[in-house]
Design a binder for this molecule. Sequence first.
Ligand SMILES: Cc1cc2nc3c(=O)[nH]c(=O)nc-3n(C[C@H](O)[C@H](O)[C@H](O)COP(=O)(O)O)c2cc1C
Length: 318
Amino acid sequence: MINFNNNPVCRLFGIEYPIIQGGMVWCSGHKLVSAVSNAGGLGLLGAGSMTPEILQEHIDKTKTETDKPFGVNLPLIHRQVAGLIEVVLKNKIKIVFTSAGNPAQWTQVLKANGCKVAHVIANTKFAQKAADSGADAIVAEGFEAGGHNGREETTTFTLLPLIRQSVQIPVIAAGGMYNGSSLLAAAALGASGIQLGSRFAVCDESSAHENFKNYVYQSGEGATRLLLKRLIPVRLILNDFAMQVIETETKGASVAELTNLLGSGRCKKGVFEGDLSEGELEIGQVAALIKKKETAKEIIEDIVHGYFKELERVCNQP
Ligand SMILES: Cc1cc2nc3c(=O)[nH]c(=O)nc-3n(C[C@H](O)[C@H](O)[C@H](O)COP(=O)(O)O)c2cc1C
């Protein structure tokens, strides 16, 4: 029986399967994280929507719900990043996925405190920066992905070979990852694991609002678009708010006008409070494949089972 015992990502984080649940604002609290980690993947608390006090609460609860490894995702542009890092270190969290910012600033601080650090990137320039800053792994996130994204619009299938040419540390593929075939395809392109956001964002244990989850199940191809490229690019479902953004961007709006239109708390409004009209509904292109309610455990089992089935099929085809 083939297993993942020698997989570099499994070894690095001490997990059974090379499947990461990406940190997600308003979705990945203790319930989702412990469910993923208990099922053999790696759950990441999404500290991007938390204060240091709330992060502490989620760490405490996660610790009572799982004895498996779990980690924290820290978007480095967070206003309270120093406070969040203090909580991470105080609680001896050993796995940190940083994103949305310069890895040079905090990687060595985290590593000096015994953390394994992965940094999320969307282009080769930042992959190199992450490697130079001493990161243990890179999450290569393509254009298809939900949430914030790169300006280059490089798809996962192009990004992975680009990254493999420039850095030697383990690479985790993100953006459009859905099932066992995704894991196999990512492995063929040089990745040692996959990170999923969207599929976990709408599973049972996600703290996202039911309105948002149901809206995603009903969405199809072409339902999302990468918007707000002049601010921080983000992939959103084309709801009323997104259409307003498109209209404003088409008129050549300035950064100040776009910032004003976005306002604050839009993602909370959409994803967490379920306002389908005025909220920012962050989700990836893979939403077109997600059609039903499922648990985090079912997702992990589906990926692992599908991987071995697809591997056999590919090996046996002429
Ligand atoms: C609702 C939502 C919120 C997200 N929030 C974050 C975040 O706070 N930090 C981060 O690094 N990535 C965030 N992401 C990106 C995911 O962690 C993951 O890398 C991405 O969703 C993978 O692509 P996929 O959506 O095609 O699975 C978010 C994604 C979604 C869908």
